[in-house]
Design a protein around this ligand. Structure first.
Ligand SMILES: [Zn+2]
Length: 241
C-alpha cells in the first residue's frame, strides 16, 4: 500500500498524451507467481491457427496479413502473422529473414496510402502466443500523434469511413500480391457485387468464438477476464477491484 502515491510523470504534459485534467497513478496489483496462458498457449485455443484464409486481406505460403474487423481511428491498422504457430524468438532463420522482408514490404505498402506519414511497427505479444506484428499508420500532419501514444489515439479518433478503409485494405493487399501470395481484400464497389457467401468483412470470421478486438489497444493488451482460472488463488477474494 502506498502512503504517498507516485507522482504523475512528465509525459502526461506532452502534446501527444491523449488525456488532460487531474490524473492519478493506479496502484499496481501484486505480481502473480505464475502468469496465465496467452491465447494459443496451454489449453487456450489459438485464434490465428483457427482462422481461415478468408479472414485475412492477403495470404502467402508462410505469412498472412489481417485487418481489424471494422474501421478505426487510424487510416490503417494491420497485423502480420506467421502461418506457423511460433512466437518471435522461436522463428527459424528462414522465417526470421522473411519477417524482415515482409516488415519492410508492408511498411512501404501502408506508407504509400494517401495521407499516411509514418508507419509504426510494434510487437507486444502479451495477448497471444502466435507471432503477430502490428503496423499502425500515422495520419500525415497530425504531429500530436507522433510517438508512443499512437495506439491509444486509434481508439480515440473517429473511425475513418468504411469505403476509405476498404479501399486502403485493397490497395495494400494488391501491393503485397505484386510479390506473390493472394490478395483477399477488394475495393468496396466490387465487394457489393460479390456473391452473398462472401464474408462482409475481411476479418469477421476470424476466431468467431474468441473475443474479437475492435482496436489496437483492445487487442494488444489482454482484456482482463472475469475471475475464472484465478479462483484457486486464496488472495483473489480479498483483493480490491
Ligand atoms: Zn497459432
Amino acid at each position: 500500500m502506498h502512503d504517498t502515491p507516485p507522482s504523475v510523470p512528465d509525459f502526461t504534459q506532452w502534446p501527444s498524451f491523449p488525456f488532460e485534467g487531474d490524473l492519478r497513478v493506479k496502484q499496481l496489483d501484486d505480481p502473480v507467481p505464475i502468469e496465465p496462458p496467452r491465447r494459443g498457449e496451454g489449453s487456450r485455443e489459438c485464434t490465428a491457427c483457427n482462422a481461415p484464409d478468408e479472414a485475412y486481406i492477403w495470404v502467402g505460403e508462410r505469412w498472412r496479413v489481417r485487418a481489424m474487423d471494422r474501421p478505426t481511428g487510424l487510416p490503417m491498422v494491420l497485423i502480420l502473422e506467421s502461418r506457423s504457430h511460433l512466437d518471435l524468438g522461436d522463428l527459424p532463420n528462414l522465417l526470421a529473414a522473411e519477417l524482415g522482408v515482409m516488415t519492410v514490404r508492408l511498411e512501404r505498402a501502408i506508407r504509400s496510402l494517401d495521407g499516411v506519414a509514418r508507419v509504426h511497427v510494434n510487437r507486444w505479444g502479451d495477448g497471444s502466443a502466435h507471432l503477430h506484428m502490428w503496423f499502425l499508420a500515422r495520419p500525415y500532419g497530425r504531429l500530436q500523434l507522433r510517438g508512443t501514444f499512437l495506439s491509444l489515439w486509434d481508439s480515440i479518433l473517429p473511425p475513418i469511413s468504411e469505403a476509405q478503409w476498404r479501399e486502403n485494405l485493397a490497395l495494400v493487399a494488391a501491393w503485397l500480391a505484386e510479390f506473390g501470395g493472394r490478395p483477399l481484400a477488394e475495393p468496396p464497389r466490387i465487394q457489393w457485387q460479390a456473391p452473398s457467401s462472401f464474408s462482409p468483412s475481411p476479418s469477421q470470421s476470424a476466431g468467431a468464438d474468441e473475443e474479437e478486438a475492435a482496436s489496437v489497444i483492445e487487442a494488444a493488451e489482454e482484456i482482463p477476464e472475469p475471475a475464472g482460472p484465478a479462483t484457486n488463488d486464496p488472495d483473489a477474494a480479498s483483493r480490491t477491484s
